[in-house]
Write a protein that binds this ligand. Structure first.
Ligand code: PLP
Length: 652
């Protein structure tokens, strides 16, 4: 791959700075001080919010290319993971101190958010430092967590999700082993199993109850909360649980009450109501004789993906401190009203911890432009060379519009051009217009469209009637990645992720475009981007330069995306590279986890690659026999095929 070059500055660049780019792409908003633009016009990660200690992403990509690692690459910022855990710790410590709250706070990292081993090992190490633990939502997650936390009996583990007898037996055995493990009962049947197994092994289990609150979340994960939610116990079931445990003299095992409103709660008011309700349920459980000592407020702590700090679906209208303050304050008030002791507080904040820690960097492999200058002379000559009765009127109309356009007739030209374009397409479909004339009308249409947009913007605002034109005229940048593998929520639920070039940011972008990935799926594209006011459907991009790579980054991908990603078109996991700030303030590469090879993805869909090779070899030998291939060619073809199988699934 070509190296990044230092570019010559043009006149327009001199008026444009990295700061302008940081504003344009919203880095100053969504970056929260963790991302910025440096003097070289490159995006850098500032895990400590200190410009002296930063990671220059373009430099890292250059360094990786020198080591033979090509984009797409998922960069994991190890320091950022630590910073986020620390932010959480500090925010709650502050809130607890401020309110003179008597319980303790801890977070259990929900493993589902990102289960990659290396990441979990880091979280484990940091959990020790911050007094945090893990949440497991399934049997595989539980087994991973138990193995991971071996020797750490005090580390809290909370088990959510649906549980069968085996799951529950595992929890009971882990408790017998001395682990600090709480089973959150989501259905009454789980409680029976738990009590059975605990009695069998002579264990006093730690029991939590997930309750259905009347307060519900909002947004994409709204269904996770509320009275009709899939999870949790109704209040009548909670009373049944209390009776059931009391009859068995196990009410002292009921330690925790839990709710989860849904992920990415964008409005702080939703937490306020829910936490007060949960506080009173805790108080009622204590009144009924349970030895409840903890409230688990679940996940939902939102990320400001679009940087708007608002109650929009891709944002959150509160800070981590406001969240911590509200939770502590609301629980304290409920407890003081009900005259019960302050419980410990647990949160399961996954997205907040993990989202910032990774970004995907990929290269642009090509572009389609729709606004190339029409060759008017040639079009006119071709038109006039046609027999008189075959000269299509719409092409004359488009040529006339092109010639007549001025600042005062924009709307009229727009109407004429739309009419002429529709007529041209109908004539072609009816067989009355040749391909050359159709191509000419398309060219004229795009160029006039561009002219209309430019002239209108110069005058001020784009008229509503033209609103769709910029998008219609925008370029398509083809990018070496798969949306389905690397940013599945962008496709599945239209979640916004911040996207911007990682270099050339001291140069004004002059193009507008959408991003198309390399899957052969029309859905494999990104056409919604972070904007100051709302989201936008096109992104400002730089013109491509011959022989120079152009790299873009998708940020805040650390939560959910890696594991939800799928193998559409057999594009596998990308390379993953851990990078951190070293002691002298520069960056250093840590672990490199190579992406899937074609061999590996084919094996995942049950192909035996040896059998594939045998098949090709047979064909090759036949071709040699029939003299379609020479022996040298056959050897080269086999070597090529085998090398391909060992190669990266992305374009190299
Ligand atoms: C029970 C439970 N806890 C915690 C989480 C993590 O939520 P978040 O990533 O929004 O913090 C989830 C995810 O939806 C969940 O279902």
């Amino acid at each position: 791959m070509a190296k990044l070059k230092t570019k010559k500055r043009t006149f327009i660049d001199r008026c444009w700075s990295g700061e302008d780019s940081a504003n344009l792409y919203g880095l100053t908003d969504w970056g929260k001080g963790y991302f910025g633009v440096n003097q070289a016009g490159h995006v850098c990660c500032l895990p400590f919010k200190d410009p002296e200690r930063s990671i220059d992403l373009a430099e890292v990509i250059g360094g990786l290319a020198e080591r033979g690692i090509q984009t797409p690459v998922l960069l994991r910022f190890d320091d950022l993971l630590e910073q986020r855990l620390e932010e959480l710790r500090k925010a709650f410590d502050r809130a607890v101190a401020e309110e003179k709250y008597q319980g303790k706070y801890s977070c259990v990292y929900p493993v589902k958010v990102n289960q990659q081993r290396i990441l979990l090992e880091q979280v484990l190490h940091l959990n020790e430092k911050f007094g945090f633990g893990f949440e497991a939502g399934s049997k595989p997650e539980l087994l991973a967590v138990l193995g991971l936390t071996a020797g750490q009996n005090d580390m809290p583990i909370v088990c959510n999700g649906f549980k069968d007898a085996e799951f529950i037996e595992t929890v009971v055995l882990a408790a017998k082993l001395g682990r600090n493990i709480t089973t959150v009962v989501e259905k009454f049947s789980e409680l029976r199993l738990l009590v059975e197994q605990a009695t069998l092994y002579g264990v006093r289990p730690l029991i939590g109850l997930r309750v259905k609150l009347s307060s519900r979340g909002a947004g994409r994960w709204e269904g996770s909360g509320g009275l009709r939610s899939k999870f949790g116990l109704t209040m009548s079931e909670v009373l049944q649980v209390v009776d059931f445990l009391r009859e068995r003299e196990m009410l002292d095992c009921l330690k925790l009450v839990h709710c989860h409103l849904g992920s990415q709660i964008h409005d702080i008011r939703l937490f306020k109501n829910a936490i007060t309700e949960l506080g009173f349920i805790y108080a009622e459980l204590r009144r009924l004789g349970a030895d409840c000592t903890a409230i688990d407020v679940g996940g939902g702590l939102g990320i400001d993906y679009d940087g708007s700090h608002s109650a929009s679906a891709s944002s959150a209208n509160y800070s981590i401190q406001e969240y911590a303050d509200d939770i502590v304050y609301r629980i304290k008030n409920a407890c003081e009203d009900a005259k019960v002791p302050h419980p410990d507080i647990v949160s399961e904040s996954g997205r907040f911890i993990a989202a910032f820690s990774s970004a995907l960097v990929f290269n642009v492999v090509g572009r389609t432009r729709f606004d190339l200058e029409p060759e008017v002379k040639r079009i006119r000559a071709e038109l006039e060379a046609l027999p008189h009765d075959q000269q299509p009127q719409p092409v004359f109309d488009l040529l006339a519009a092109y010639a007549e356009i001025n600042d005062r007739n924009l709307l009229q030209i727009y109407h004429d051009v739309m009419q002429a374009r529709d007529e041209a397409m109908s004539l072609f479909s009816m067989g009355y217009m040749n391909l050359e004339m159709r191509a000419a009308s398309e060219q004229l249409f795009w160029t006039i469209g561009r002219e209309l947009v430019q002239r209108s913007l110069k005058k001020g605002k784009l008229p509503d009637e033209f609103a769709a034109l910029p998008e219609m005229l925008s370029d398509i940048y083809f990018c070496n990645f798969s949306v389905f593998q690397s940013a599945p929520d962008s496709w599945a639920i239209e979640q916004l992720f911040p996207i911007c070039p990682i270099h050339r940011l001291d140069e004004q972008p002059t193009r507008l475009g959408v991003l198309a990935d390399i899957t052969c799926d029309s859905d494999g594209k990104i056409d919604h981007f972070v904007d100051k006011r709302d989201e936008k459907s096109i992104l400002e991009l730089h013109d491509l330069k011959e022989g120079e790579p152009y790299y873009l980054g998708i940020f805040l991908l650390g939560a959910y995306q890696e594991v939800l990603g799928d193998l559409h078109n057999l594009f596998g996991d990308t390379h993953v590279v851990h990078v951190r700030v070293d002691d002298d303030g520069g960056w250093m590469i840590g672990e490199i986890i190579p992406g899937d090879t074609i061999n590996e993805v084919l094996a995942q869909v049950e192909f035996d690659t040896e059998a594939l090779k045998r098949g090709i070899r047979k064909d090759v030998e036949n071709a040699v026999k029939k003299k379609r291939l020479t022996v040298e060619e056959s050897r080269a073809l086999m070597a090529f095929y085998e090398r391909g199988l060992r190669g990266y699934t992305y374009l190299e």
